[in-house]
Ligand binder design. Sequence first.
Ligand SMILES: NC(=O)c1ccc[n+]([C@@H]2O[C@H](COP(=O)([O-])OP(=O)(O)OC[C@H]3O[C@@H](n4cnc5c(N)ncnc54)[C@H](O)[C@@H]3O)[C@@H](O)[C@H]2O)c1
Length: 254
Amino acid sequence: MANEVPGRFEGKVALITGAGSGIGRATAVRLAAEGARVFAHDLDGEALAGTAETITAAGGTVQTRTGDVTSRAECFDTVAAAVDAFGRLDVLGNIAGIARGEHFTDVPEDAYRLMVAVNMDAPFFFCQAAIPHLLETSGVIVNMASNAGLMGQAYTVAYCMTKGAVIQLTKSLAMEYMKTDLRVNAIAPAGTLTSLTLGYQMPADVDIELMRYTGFRGMAEPGDIAALFSFVASPEAHNIHGAVLSSDFGVTAG
Ligand SMILES: NC(=O)c1ccc[n+]([C@@H]2O[C@H](COP(=O)([O-])OP(=O)(O)OC[C@H]3O[C@@H](n4cnc5c(N)ncnc54)[C@H](O)[C@@H]3O)[C@@H](O)[C@H]2O)c1
């Protein structure tokens, strides 16, 4: 990957959720290439093994754990396992997420509850579990929000709600821990080429005029978002706290 900063995370430990695919995988790979020992988590064990293989082949250090972030116990157990594995925790990246598109009145209850559990509840519980450890290391939390948390989008109401919640999680934690060295920030990507967008289904009868959030400048690569994550999580970003950083080709500009 281009423009890595060698040694940027030397001695540091990063726990990354959603590390099997897309932005999570790119972030895990990048942080490991920059010296972090990475604890990589995902629901998909096979995908996670692929991430681990990439990191190991490049000479990096990684341990993996397969699990479902919709379980509060899994969130707490994963943080404990990361600290057990590497002795400390410096970076928490809440990246696991799901999305789907449909008419608001068609959203099934189970799909709504799953969206809330993965995108909103899991970051909350991971932060709860990780903060005591991050306070010991002057650590960093980076939550993966979305342009969908900053603007209304048709046909993705539940997704927008959860990403708005991720932004408020970030800002309110930033206030609560203002007198400590902990930093808490969010990144808000727009369309990025991952399995989430490549497998995206919309109902055939959507009103295309309402779908203005696809933007003018195309899609980002997962590595574009990982590069920003790496900077925000690094000591160079020491004055960035409580921020929501857009990386979206201008989708939220107007
Ligand atoms: N791709 C985009 O256009 C885009 C834009 C804005 C924000 N985001 C956000 O970025 C994050 C990463 O998305 P991506 O595009 O890389 O998607 P992706 O589908 O490529 O990766 C998401 C990963 O999360 C994992 N995951 C899903 N449910 C899980 C669960 N219950 N337990 C554990 N792991 C689970 C999946 O297995 C997958 O590996 C998400 O939070 C997403 O909302 C993505």
